[in-house]
Design a protein around this ligand. Structure first.
Ligand code: ATP
Ligand code: MG
Length: 460
């Protein structure tokens, strides 16, 4: 599809009004990259050349409410055709202090587009598009880099913002890019500034990683840049050996990368997005975090890692806290990681399925089954496998798929049966729930009979 046909009409309308006033509006940043890739942009960013800020504001006001953010920066926000439109003046940026925020920006309507574009992070994000002529201004070879799947910095000023390597990770994962060696070299010099990044910004990049179709490329980009260093859990996977019989693909790092890719494919197939997808992506990322600390050789010389799932869950918790993941997400990821081998420890009986559902809560067997599938399918040349399928099938029958079984015996019922509130009531509820999980009863009627038979409540 051509760039022009994907261009929202609002882009032309706005550019025409600015041209009439004597300026030039260029689309910039991610929306140009998306257009070049044939993706309809989700929002529009303009840079306007040759107009003073006050004049620009007047022109924009014709299109509705204009919000001005950071007077010094000269950025105007408006909505057109249901899209967020940002209009900025070109600006020079000077580094004034360490860290992601240590910049002073100086708006200058008469800067050249080439100069203005050099403050951007990556060549693929530094292209500009004139919506009136259709001309692509590509001073840094962004189109070539997109075609060749190269993630490349725009200028040596790349080193001034430590967020950029993390941005690079998610761009690599979204657009299947490999880091250019010189970009990787620059990134390595920026590691000391990682500590200055606010965790909310770190999380934003990791969240985008979790929704990207090539998460393995993002991980490889991080490694190429030397940016596994802030993540010792990930760095330790590199070179951690596995038993070739079970893992012919190689070390834990290789397995993890393939598994992340499989996880994306499974999510795409099942239509899993949002928080569920994030939970699965971080669970698969972390599922073997515990292997480096638990890997040994048994008496037959085979490589084993007993107890690694539990260790992985511990490490996942601290890793997720450090990258700023929301608590709700952590509460889903931890039980998924801890239980990722549950299908190996017994047969899928109703009892085992119900108990697994309880251990997984607030995660579910439905999510767990997808995680297990991605893990089992990440051992090439072994074919894909789905060892959780019988567990999921039985859970569906037992309706334990999407939630842990609801306790049938509750306080209300016991009160009606003449049990006084107090510790004994709590004890009965606990015992009844255990029995329910073991299949002793399936509804209130049966539960009442069971309570009577056990002598826990008086005969009614
Ligand atoms: P997304 O699709 O994730 O929104 P994007 O490329 O639009 O990707 P934004 O964070 O929205 O990314 O930023 C818009 C543009 O601003 C980028 O394309 C890039 O040119 C520039 N930019 C944003 N953050 C930085 C940064 N930290 N350093 C340099 N340039 C940046
Ligand atoms: Mg954007």
């Amino acid at each position: 599809m051509s760039v022009q046909s994907l261009l929202p009409p609002a882009a032309r309308t706005l550019a025409e009004a600015i041209a009439e006033a004597g300026g030039r509006a260029l689309l910039v940043g991610g929306c140009v990259r998306d257009l070049v890739l044939g993706i309809a942009p989700k929002d529009l960013d303009f840079e306007v050349y040759g107009l003073a800020p006050a004049r620009l504001r007047e022109v924009l006001a014709r299109f509705g409410a204009v919000q001005e953010v950071g007077k010094r920066f000269g950025v105007f926000k408006l909505r057109m055709d249901g899209m967020d439109v940002d209009v900025a003046l070109p600006r020079r940026e000077k580094k004034t202090a360490p860290g992601h925020k240590g910049f002073a920006a100086e708006p200058d309507p008469f800067l050249s587009p080439e100069r203005a574009s050099s403050r951007r992070d990556f060549t693929i994000n530094a292209m500009m598009l004139d919506p009136l002529s259709g001309e692509l201004l590509d001073f840094h070879g962004g189109q070539r880099d997109l075609q060749n799947h190269v993630l490349r910095h725009v200028s040596p000023a790349f080193v001034e913002d430590p967020l950029r390597p993390l941005r690079g990770m998610q761009f690599a994962a979204r657009f299947r890019l490999s880091v250019h060696p010189e970009t990787a070299r620059l990134a390595r010099t920026m590691l000391a500034e990682y500590e200055t990044l606010p965790s909310a910004r770190i999380w934003e990049e990791w969240r985008k990683w979790a929704h990207a179709p090539y998460p393995d490329m993002g991980l490889e980009a991080l490694k190429a840049m030397g940016w596994l260093l802030p993540y010792p859990e990930l760095a330790a996977l590199v070179g951690c050996p596995q038993e070739p019989q079970w893992h012919p693909e190689g070390d834990v790092w290789t397995h993890t990368k393939i598994a992340c890719r499989r996880m994306h494919e499974v999510c795409a197939r099942e239509g899993i997005g949002g928080a569920a997808r994030e939970a699965l992506m971080f669970a698969i990322l972390a599922h073997d975090f515990g292997k480096p600390a638990t890997t040994t050789r048994d008496e037959k010389g085979r490589i084993r890692s007993p107890g690694h799932a539990q260790k992985s869950a511990e490490l996942a918790k601290s890793f997720l806290a450090r990258i700023g993941a929301p608590k709700r997400l952590v509460s889903l990821v931890i039980p998924l990681v801890a239980e990722h081998l549950a299908h190996m420890h017994g047969k899928p009986t109703p009892r085992a399925v119900r108990r697994l559902a309880v251990r997984l809560a607030p995660a579910t067997i439905a999510l767990w089954a997808r995680l297990v599938e991605a893990d089992a399918s990440a051992r090439p040349p072994k074919p894909p496998a789905d060892p959780a399928a019988p567990w999921l099938a039985l859970a569906r029958k037992l309706e334990a798929e999407a939630q842990k079984p609801r306790p049938i015996v509750q306080g209300r019922m016991l009160l009606a049966l003449g049990v006084a509130p107090g510790p004994r009531m709590g004890e009965i509820i606990r015992r009844a729930y255990e029995a329910q999980l073991d299949g002793a009863f399936a509804d209130e009627e049966e539960a009442r009979k069971w309570l009577v038979a056990q002598g826990l409540v008086p005969k009614v």
